[in-house]
Design a protein around this ligand. Sequence first.
Ligand code: ZN
Length: 137
Amino acid sequence: MPKQARLNGIKSFRCYTIEEAAEVSGVSPRTVRNWASDGLRVMDDTRPALIRGDDLRDHIKTKRESRSTKTKIDTFYCFCCRKERAAAEGMADCEIKDGRAKLTALCETCATVVSKPVAEALITQIALTLDLKITRH
Ligand SMILES: [Zn+2]
């Protein structure tokens, strides 16, 4: 897992250089440059380029939220891709035990095994979009 960026200590009304922004949020300057190409507003008509504290805070917060987004009913979170992914070939194994169901599939992008628990009641709905091989114990 990447290092969690810190919010504490970022002052909303201060401006930071890339290096200062990296320092105060506990990440590398390279990470801050990645954020800049990923939507973080940088005032680059100044030399050096400056980032407003409140923009920096907002960007880190948005990143945190997007990391914890839930997957759709028929998709999986792939820890290898670090993204929501569909099941390869639209196929998944579904294991049902004691009223709990677990879906296992392969990431469509990198073929890593992905899985997630689902409510048994949702299986009929999931079976509309995924080809499920159901095993009951
Ligand atoms: Zn993957």
